[in-house]
Design a protein around this ligand. Sequence first.
Ligand code: DGY
Length: 334
Amino acid sequence: MIKYYKWFDQTSMKKRFNVLVTRRLHRSALDKLGKKYNVFLHSGKIPIPKKNLINKIKDMDGLICHPYDIIDKEVISNAKNLQVISTFSVGFDHIDIKVAKTQGIRIGYTPEVLTNATAELAIGLILDVLRRISEGDRIIRNKKWNQIFGAYDYTGIEVSGKTIGIMGMGRIGKEVAKKANGLGMNVIYHSRKPVSKNVEKMLRAKFVSENTLYKNSDVISLHVPYNKNTHHLMNSKIFKKMKKTSFLINTSRGKIVDEKQLVVALKTKQILGAGMDVYELEPMKKNNPLLKLENVVLAPHVGSSTKETRQKMSDITARNLILGLEGKKLLYSV
Ligand code: DGY
């Protein structure tokens, strides 16, 4: 269902832009938008059904969307008045950027503010899967604690002293490196190009080839954006290169990992476990085989989902949209 958030200002003769918001933002952000524009807030099923989106976008000057809203060519070609797309995310793989730009649409996003939250979650998944925290929680709740009394019945892997291989040394990769230092991990990384020597020194991180990263890491943490080059970057060929005692952590985008092949790798003990926040299909289907595996920790795509970060994302998303509609420079523009 789409409903007015604020009524059209009848007293003003000025044309008010129409803005579609596909999911509720913080009240303060909605108020800011509502003062200036006619805001249409989608308040029904999430994500907004494509048919509704296409219908509504026809009259919109601005769009605030989320990673689950697929803003593809079909949507954009119906958006004849659209000037700005402001996404509530750092990732923008859900938007056909090329088509949007051809149509002169400006695109805003929310990097930086979610760096820490996402890095925290990556570290959380590492600790959880190596030390088997969630698995232990299930054991207790299922009243099976009495079966793991022996000194060796329920051992995890110590994080300190292990090597983390960070794939993608952007903002989040760097923050993970910092936090991994604090845990006593050795840091190696691979990215399109090495970071400066100073940054490497500060992060105590060593640039290695892709192959070396796969072969030498005890934990591989993915921090690359999703695009055609990173589609199924992690596949059976790579899992075979990884240590049999290693773990995969993904807080980036689901399609970077070939999930079917990951399940095989986990079942056949090619790797020891995985910690995941993102999936090929979200929300995942009830019969997803990952649900049956004890050596996997599953989070429901909550990397940036802290109270602090969501407030900041909400503010930036609204400000990007307002700046764009005012013809000014966006705070963060794709
Ligand atoms: C992002 O910002 O891209 C995160 O995945 C948010 O949900």
